[in-house]
Design a protein around this ligand. Structure first.
Ligand SMILES: Nc1nc2c(ncn2[C@@H]2O[C@H](COP(=O)(O)OP(=O)(O)OP(=O)(O)O)[C@@H](O)[C@H]2O)c(=O)[nH]1
Length: 333
């Protein structure tokens, strides 16, 4: 790691925006909004996803060269060192980058990430401008904070709390959530948004965060939140189409109540294109006409104490049966 950094000769601090927030709160939506309003700025995006299959990476707009996917682990714990190395590599490769945008997983504790910027050699190369914490106004409840250390720390460390999905809540619920957030963080800057649409003046050139933890010893800023919060991701992929009826029945009758978030691409029998499937809390949404990737069915389910085997079997049961079909291997984890 040190060797790579020693080679780097940039004498400016590249501003960094960290986008955090609980599962399904709207982080990817906000990243896309920011990217579509970057006005010529060169933005490198780092996307961290929980689960082996990258879905968010496929949903981001126009970032082919300057997007780095950090999968199968969480940058606030197992991938922490890799994040620092990868950032150095990207800055080295592309010295004209104006901004770094980091999208955390929904179960990330932002503190170790802040420490990566503020307490390692990265503080000489980057400047942590802002930590945006998205809160899903629809699914938010004080229970979430009581049961998830990550959700609590996301609010505690956010420079700006973005109360997103405001279209889904009544003014009374909105007032209640605001009060609940202020109980935790009395001086919170709170903004509201629909689909991450925020005034651009609140994004570029904001210098909210100035933490300086001094140089920290390596490996000193890992988090135990995954073990504490008990979240697991179950990924499923298949190159056989799903039966619409069977998948709908699965969603209404068999989907475990402890699934908090699901996302991915699904291909129904008889369709040429895929659907984007998004489930957050109790709501789900299917958006048609997504290009069929390989394999065309890619799904990730995230929740607490999920029974991997049962969920995988249930999804396999949703596949369309082709008469005399020779079973092909299904990649599941
Ligand atoms: N009604 C409504 N839906 C929204 C809004 N913002 C985002 N969504 C939807 O919420 C779902 C989750 O949004 P994402 O942007 O993928 O959320 P995320 O925080 O990246 O989710 P993770 O992948 O779990 O980290 C998608 O179906 C979005 O279209 C909003 O303001 N209102």
């Amino acid at each position: 790691m040190k060797t790579t950094r020693e080679k780097l000769t940039i004498n400016r601090e590249v501003p960094v925006i960290v986008i955090t927030g609980f599962l399904g709160s709207g982080k990817t939506t906000l990243v896309n909004y920011i990217l579509s309003h970057r006005n010529g700025r060169k933005v490198a995006v780092f996307v961290n996803e929980f689960g082996e299959i990258s879905i968010d990476g496929q949903l981001l707009i126009n970032v082919e060269d300057d997007m780095v996917q950090l999968n199968n682990g969480c940058i606030c714990c197992t991938l922490n060192d890799r994040l620092a190395d990868t950032i150095v590599e990207v800055l080295q490769r592309n010295t004209s980058i104006d901004y770094l945008l980091i999208e955390t997983t929904g179960i990330a504790d932002p503190l170790p990430i802040i420490m990566t910027f503020a307490g390692t050699e990265l503080r000489k190369l980057t400047r942590l401008d802002a930590i945006f914490t998205l809160v899903d106004a629809d699914t938010f409840s004080p229970d979430l904070l009581a049961n998830s250390e990550a959700a609590l720390n996301q609010i505690a460390w956010g420079d700006l709390i973005l109360l997103n999905k405001i279209d889904l809540v009544s003014p009374e619920k909105y007032d209640r959530i605001q009060k609940q957030i202020r109980q935790l963080k009395p001086d919170a800057r709170i903004m509201t948004s629909e689909y991450g649409e925020v005034p651009l003046a609140s994004i570029w050139g904001i210098e909210y965060s100035h933490p300086d933890f001094g140089e920290q010893p390596d490996h000193d800023h890992h988090s135990e939140h995954l073990a504490n919060d008990g979240f697991v991701a179950v990924s499923f992929s298949s190159d056989r189409p799903l039966s619409v009826e069977k998948f709908q029945t699965f969603l209404s009758d068999r989907l475990p109540t402890n699934v908090f978030r699901a996302k991915g691409f699904i291909w129904y029998q008889g369709n040429n294109s895929s659907h984007l499937f998004q489930l957050s809390g109790k709501r789900y949404q299917l958006t048609p006409n997504y290009p069929r990737g390989e394999p065309p069915n890619q799904l990730v389910f995230i929740g607490r104490d999920l029974n991997r085997e049962t969920l995988t079997q249930d999804l396999q049961q949703c596949l369309h049966e082709i008469p005399n079909h020779e079973p092909r291997p299904i990649m599941d984890r």
